[in-house]
Design a binder for this molecule. Structure first.
Ligand code: ADP
Ligand code: MG
Length: 233
């Protein structure tokens, strides 16, 4: 059974059809990239899944439950985690303590194991305030992971990162998905990132799903090229 199933999902803002009849299905442990031109509805789709916005119509099934219209905190508790670009890291706390705060009562997860996975084990005891932009983003991702999500939503996770940080982030995302426990949807537009992520890509345009395929297939698709990659691709 799919972990996440969107069925004929709609959301508009006045006359703008931000999400206009989206069907999407993701299996447990799947890694999926979501791309599309600015304003095509990607972030709105995330907002609908997390409950930050209510759909006008359509269904959202998550882990066997209909979650459309539930409060955001309720959906988060069911296992939908989202990393925001705006950082919620506490600068004066150590890296490890930031993760402990996010972990709360869920002590089943080893902080050191998580820090190792995030390539932050050597930064364990430094105040988060001294971290680079990329390292802060990884702490942020760790804080979401510390809450044990079944579904992880990443909206442009490498924005502002250096090339090596971007490459390390791809490896981290692949590593998270490879555990098989977490389904990951990542919104990105960086072609190098997508090529390296090497997963199924879903293309959105004007609130609708245009197609889904491998990065190579999607990139070779004439309609997608015209819409998104231009002729340079
Ligand atoms: P993307 O993330 O793909 O760039 P968005 O989902 O942010 O696109 O936006 C889709 C469309 O919906 C855009 O036309 C945007 O201006 C509009 N939109 C998004 N959120 C709101 C909002 N809260 N209020 C009004 N319009 C919005
Ligand atoms: Mg967006």
């Amino acid at each position: 059974m799919a972990l996440l199933e969107l069925e004929n999902l709609h959301r508009h803002f006045g006359g703008v059809k931000a999400v206009d009849g989206v069907d999407l299905s993701l299996e447990r442990g799947e890694l999926r990239a979501l791309i599309g031109p600015n304003g095509c509805g990607k972030s709105t789709l995330f907002n609908l899944i997390t409950g930050a916005l209510r759909p006008a119509s359509g269904r959202i099934r998550f882990a066997g439950r209909d979650i459309a219209g539930l409060a955001a905190h309720h959906i988060a508790r069911l296992g939908v985690g989202r990393k925001f670009q705006v950082t919620s890291v506490f600068d004066e706390l150590s890296v490890a303590d930031n993760l402990r705060v996010a972990q709360g009562q869920r002590t089943t997860l080893s902080i050191d194991a998580l820090l190792t996975r995030l390539h932050l084990i050597e930064r364990r005891d430094v105040p988060a305030g001294v971290l680079s932009h990329g390292e802060r983003q990884w702490v942020e991702m760790g804080m979401v992971l510390a809450a044990h999500p079944k579904l992880l939503l990443l909206d442009e996770p490498t924005a502002g990162m250096t090339a090596p940080e971007t490459a390390a982030t791809v490896d981290l995302i692949r590593d998270i998905a490879a555990t098989g426990d977490v389904t990951v949807i990542v919104i990105e537009h960086d072609v190098g990132f997508l090529a390296r992520l090497d997963c199924a890509v879903t293309v959105m345009a004007k609130g609708k799903i245009l197609c889904t395929g491998s990065f190579a297939d999607v990139r070779a698709d004439a309609e997608v090229r015209a819409l998104y990659f231009g002729n340079a691709a």
